[in-house]
Design a protein around this ligand. Sequence first.
Ligand SMILES: Cc1cc2nc3c(=O)[nH]c(=O)nc-3n(C[C@H](O)[C@H](O)[C@H](O)COP(=O)(O)OP(=O)(O)OC[C@H]3O[C@@H](n4cnc5c(N)ncnc54)[C@H](O)[C@@H]3O)c2cc1C
Length: 416
Amino acid sequence: MRYSGFKVIKEALTGHKGWKPAWRDPEPQTHYDIVIIGGGGHGLATAYYLAKEFKQKRIAVLEKGWIGGGNVGRNTTIIRSNYLLDGNQPFYEFSLKLWEGLEQDFNYNAMISQRGILNLIHSDAQRDAFIRRGNAMILNGADAELLSTEQIKARYPFLNTKDARFPIKGGLAQHRGGTVRHDAVAWGYARGADSHGVDIIQNCEVTGFRIENGTCSGVETSRGFIGASKIGCAVAGSSSRLMSHANMRLPMESQVLQAFVTEGLKPVLPGVVTFGAGHFYVSQSDKGGLVFGGDLDGYNSYAQRGNLPVVEDVCEGGMAIFPALGRARLLRMWGGIMDMSMDGSPIIDRTHIDGLYFNGGWCYGGFKATPASGFCFAHLLARDAPHPTATAFRFDRFEKGLMIDEKGVGNQPNLH
Ligand SMILES: Cc1cc2nc3c(=O)[nH]c(=O)nc-3n(C[C@H](O)[C@H](O)[C@H](O)COP(=O)(O)OP(=O)(O)OC[C@H]3O[C@@H](n4cnc5c(N)ncnc54)[C@H](O)[C@@H]3O)c2cc1C
C-alpha cells in the first residue's frame, strides 16, 4: 500500500476502514536463501536493501518479540556524522546521505529533521580537538562549522553562557545532523522489505545454530528449525548471548543506557546539544518533550532499566549547561542494552563458520548507522565482500591491534 494525501482524506471520510496492515504475518518456511536474525533497525534495513538493491530472493527476518521493541524504539533519535577517524567517518557520512533520501526511498514519513547538532566546547584544548575533528569531517565530504559563544547564545538563549561552572567557549556544529522518529524507521523498513517479498516473522526466537563440518545450515527457533544458505545476525545488545550458541566469544559487553523525556514544553531548543565536560545531551521532540540522556550505567546487564546514580549524573550535567531543565517535570525514563565493543566501533564481517555473518558492536551510536549498516551488511551477504565504507569493521582488528578507537581511551568498553 502506498500512502498519499488523497488516501488519507478518503479514509478520514469513510471511518478508516480501508487501511491494510503495513506488512504481512507469514508462517515461517522450511528454507530461505538468507535469514536475518533480529527485527531491529539494522536487521530490517539489511533485509530491505538485500531485496531492493541487491535483488536477493527468499529472505526472512526472525524477531523474538515484535519489531521496534528493541533499541530501535528506545534510543534518543540522534543522527550525525561528526566522526574523526578514517575507519568511521566515511561510513557515518554514507549513512547520513542515505538518511537524507530515505523517506522518498521507502515512501514513509520517518520525521527526518536536520535541525543540527552542536557539541559544546569548554576549554582551549577541547577547541583544538574539535577543530581537528571538524577538519577531518570536511575532508571526508561532511559539513562542520566552528561557532563562537556569541553565535551559540543567539541560537540557544536558554544555555547558560554567563556564569556556568563549565563556561561555554564555542561549539562544533554539524547542521545536517538532527533527529529521526525512531520506531517509524523500523516500520518504514519493515513495510519496504515486505513489499519486496521479505517474510517478517515476529515471536520467533533463535535458540541455536545447526553447524556441521564448519558450515551453518540453519537456525533452531521457538517455531521450529529454519534452514538457510546464509544467516546474518543483527541482534544488537543480545549479540554475545546469540553468538554463544555458535560457540563464539565476542569482543563485546552488554551494558545499560538510559533515556529520559519531560512533559511537553514550548520550543526552547532548536537543535541537538551535547555537553563537552560531562555526559549529557538533549534535544526537543516535535511534541515538545525534552529528550535527554548521558552515560552508560557502567556494569554488565540485560535489564532494560537503569539505576539512580546515573540519573543523578545526567541531571547534574544537564543543570550545568541548561538550568531551565530543572523546572521541567520528567514524564518517562527507560533503558536499553548496548552491545559495547572494546574499541567503541562496530563489526560487519563474516564469522569463521561458513554461511554465518555478524553485524554488531554499535554501542550507543547505532541508530544513526541504521541505513549504512543495513546497506553494508546486505552488500557483504549478497557479494561476500565488504562494502568500501565498511572494510575496517572486521573481527580481526582486535587480534592485529588495528583498533578504531574514536575517543583514544583504549580497550575499555564503558569509556567509549
Ligand atoms: C537509551 C538509548 C539511547 C540511544 N541513543 C542513540 C542516539 O541518539 N543515536 C544513535 O545513533 N544511537 C543511539 N542508541 C543506540 C541505538 O539505539 C542502537 O545502537 C541500535 O538501535 C541497535 O541496532 P538495532 O536497531 O538493530 O537494535 P534492536 O532494535 O535492539 O534490534 C535487535 C533485535 O534483535 C532481537 N533479538 C535478540 N535476540 C534474538 C534472538 N535470539 N532471536 C531473534 N531475535 C532476537 C531483539 O528482540 C531486537 O528486536 C541509543 C540506545 C539507547 C538504549
